[in-house]
Design a protein around this ligand. Structure first.
Ligand code: CA
Length: 230
């Protein structure tokens, strides 16, 4: 699954270089030349990750990161700061603001991609193509296959994404609204009930191999993927 990556950078040359490198790695770059513009973009549709230049005209990188991390709607989006070489104070301030990682300019495309991969793996594992396996249920994003105790499980595309998200965020309760944001995408207008419909289909498909009890309803809150029986 390609990750949508917002690049907030006022220098066009760096902006283009980074965008090129992201496309090469199979991601979807979105560009903003100021923090103000970036805020508009984030409000319209949440990116999977933000690459944030520290020195921006107008609102600074720090102020932008604070805004993102203090708003419940945007807090979960990982941020990698782009800082000037050797500026230790910038790094400290950045990490204190809630940035997930930093990368020092100038950086190589390879370094950039490695950092992005590491942050996505940690913060948005459903964006990576690592296979996940819990209690004999295995999902492989690369081949788009699911199996339960080595028997194939047939899933529709939405159920596949839903299961991928749940398996990469187990033992936590997700509200219907959170699942809509994460699985259907921010800004998509579907009813909460849609989630219930797809959860039902997912459970039905998992019944074949007896893995349906892993998808649990948490009354009044939402859904949870758990290896512990209800
Ligand atoms: Ca700059």
């Amino acid at each position: 699954m390609p990750a949508t990556i917002l690049i907030v950078e006022d220098e066009p040359a760096i902006q283009e270089l980074v965008a090129f490198s992201l496309r090469q790695a199979g991601h979807l770059p979105v560009a903003a030349h100021s923090a103000e513009q970036a805020l508009d973009i984030v409000r319209a549709a949440l990116p999977d990750l933000i690459l944030l230049d520290w020195m921006l005209p107008g609102m600074s990188g720090v102020a932008f990161a604070r805004k993102i991390k203090s708003d419940a709607a945007t807090r979960e989006v990982p941020i990698i700061m782009l800082t000037a070489r050797g500026d230790e104070q910038d790094k400290v301030t950045g990490l204190e603001t809630g940035a997930d990682d930093y990368i020092t300019k100038p950086f190589s495309p390879r370094e950039l991609q490695a950092r992005i991969k590491a942050v996505l793996r940690r913060r948005a594992p459903q964006m990576t193509s690592d296979p996940v396996e819990i209690c004999g249920l295995r999902l492989d994003p690369e081949s788009h296959r699911v199996s339960g105790d080595s028997k194939p499980v047939e899933l529709g595309p939405t159920e596949f994404r839903l299961l991928h998200f749940l398996m990469t965020h187990p033992e936590r309760v997700h509200s219907r609204a959170q699942l809509l944001d994460q699985v259907w995408g921010n800004g998509v207008f579907v009813e909460d009930r849609t989630v219930d419909v797809h959860i039902r289909r997912l459970r039905k498909a998992l019944e074949e191999t007896g893995h349906d009890p892993l998808v649990q309803t948490v009354r009044g809150s939402g859904y949870r993927f758990s290896a512990t029986p209800e």
